[in-house]
Design a protein around this ligand. Structure first.
Ligand SMILES: [Fe+2]
Length: 499
């Protein structure tokens, strides 16, 4: 019997008699001991074999692994499902909040009534938000034990706190520290679940590129065919400078964040805007283009509000009956909206975790968060995405997106902090970074319509975001022709005049 088994027995671990008589892999037993720590109280051959199998599985190189995709069969939802989902969300986010130093030893809301002029910290969901005539913010905060009032005064000493509170939205779950007085808590700090401060900006071993595309809208009569063709020519190494051609060769992954096709019956009289009027044919057109992307590139596609299938999030990938042509492409992985994938995992690198979300909720937050609205609204997808990461939820306010809860799991919860958070929907191209997370809003491939300009929207179409996975440096390639670039400038000017 080896020394590792011996020391395990000395520690009180029960080792099966067959194992004692055998030659065991000392290194493997050491790894098992480290992995299980104090919870290891029994060891036999089966545990060793299972661990070995799992280890081999983990060490496999895997260019694309689906971490989470929604694929549940449809069933009738009940009111109880909503209650379960909200309780579930409370538990998940409260457990993130409890890890924060300021929220150690929180008080349940029902206990506040016995506490006068005491310092407290509480965690709750915002049920209501109002302003007094002196502009103080009054929140109704609820936890599973009760509801309390939280007051944030407006004065020069707490400007930052007031601005934070001003951006709070209904249904989000926050931590509050402050002092009790009568039946309320006067807040001095608001704490979000947040993402960790010290998340490492993970960098790959090889110079490989991730390409982000959004909102292709194949089948629309304003699909930018000429520009998309230029992109296809570049990714095949047919056009561009030597440097650009060199990058094209190193593209290993491509994501498309939904609105693959223009869809049918998405809005009244959409017929007039369709080049291809049949949904299956639209997906065939999509497949015809996507097949022109070199087959060594791993393509991950999520779905959007223009795609086939149900409209509510979480949205399953487009049904095979309409989009078979896409599912059949060997290098394409279809996932739900939202969905998580890992790319580039090797035996000594954990890969990058990607959160793909078409972005159904983005416009709500652009329009309703005072600080984001004042800084440009929909033009500031960076601020919207940061706002969602801080809340650890893709749609903290119920009603900010079409949502059909799944009783077992809240698929809009950001439980895993991704390396890349990639969205679409608002048809603008942007790249930014927040606490080690690259936030990308992909562009679109439809011409800007007069209607969009009238509505004050300023899409930035025909852009491709490229990320060098070795350096995490982004690059945006603009495929608009000279004339279109001029036209875009002109439209931007007009939109400004309308503001
Ligand atoms: Fe779109």
């Amino acid at each position: 019997m080896g020394s590792t088994l011996n020391s395990l027995i000395e520690k009180g671990v029960l080792v099966s008699p067959e194992l004692i008589e055998k030659e065991v892999d000392e290194e493997l037993v050491k790894e098992i001991t480290e992995f299980f720590g104090d919870s290891l109280d029994y060891l036999d051959e089966e545990i060793i074999n299972n661990f070995k199998k799992q280890k081999q599985e983990n060490e496999k190189e895997s260019p694309v692994t689906i971490i989470q995709t929604y694929n549940n069969p449809p069933k009738k939802r009940t009111y109880q499902d909503f209650v379960k989902v909200f309780n579930n969300r409370y538990d998940n986010i409260a457990s993130i909040l409890r890890t924060r130093r300021e929220l150690e030893g929180t008080t349940t809301i029902s206990r506040l009534k016995d506490m006068q002029n005491e310092r407290v910290s509480i965690i709750g969901m915002i049920q209501d938000k109002n302003y007094t005539k002196n502009q103080a913010i009054i929140l109704k905060l609820e936890d599973p034990t009760g509801i309390t009032t939280v007051i944030i005064r407006k004065d020069d000493n707490n400007k930052e706190l007031y601005e934070t509170a001003n951006d709070l939205v209904l249904d989000e779950i926050i931590g509050v520290t402050g002092r009790t007085a009568k039946d309320a808590v006067f807040a001095d700090k608001i704490i979000f679940p947040e993402i960790p401060l010290n998340k490492e900006l993970k960098k790959g071993r090889e110079e490989e590129y991730l390409v982000c595309l959004g909102d292709t809208h194949f089948g629309s009569n304003v699909f930018m065919e000429k520009e998309f063709k230029k992109f296809i020519d570049w990714i095949n190494g047919r056009v561009g400078s030597e440097e650009q051609k060199n990058i094209a060769k190193k593209v290993k992954y491509l994501v498309l964040t939904g609105d693959i096709v223009e869809g049918v019956g998405v809005y009244p009289s959409q017929e007039e805007d369709l080049e291809i009027k049949d949904i299956t044919e639209q997906y065939e057109e999509a497949a015809r283009w996507i097949k022109q992307i070199p087959s060594h590139i791993h393509i991950i596609i999520t779905t959007g509000n223009h795609d086939a299938g149900r409209l509510s999030e979480p949205q399953e990938p487009p049904p095979i009956e309409f989009s078979k042509s896409l599912w059949e492409i060997p290098n394409v992985t279809m996932i739900s909206n939202p969905g998580y994938v890992n790319i580039g995992k090797t035996k000594d690198f954990p890969g990058f975790d990607l959160l793909l979300y078409h972005g159904g909720s983005l416009i709500y937050y652009a329009d309703n968060i005072p600080s984001i609205r004042s800084l440009g609204g929909q033009k500031r997808s960076d601020l919207i995405m940061k706002f969602l990461l801080q809340r650890r939820h893709l749609a903290p306010t119920h009603g900010s997106t079409l949502y059909l809860p799944d009783a077992e799991k809240d698929y809009l919860l950001i439980d895993l902090v991704p390396d890349f958070f990639i969205t679409g929907h608002i048809h603008r191209s942007s790249v930014s970074e927040y606490r080690g997370v690259s936030m990308i809003n992909a562009s679109c491939w439809t011409e800007t319509t007069d209607d969009q300009v009238k509505r004050g929207l300023e899409p930035l179409p025909a852009r491709v975001t490229l990320i060098n996975l070795k350096t995490r440096q982004p690059k945006i390639m603009n495929y608009l022709g000279k004339e279109a670039k001029e036209k875009e400038k002109e439209k931007a000017k007009q939109a400004k005049q309308l503001d």
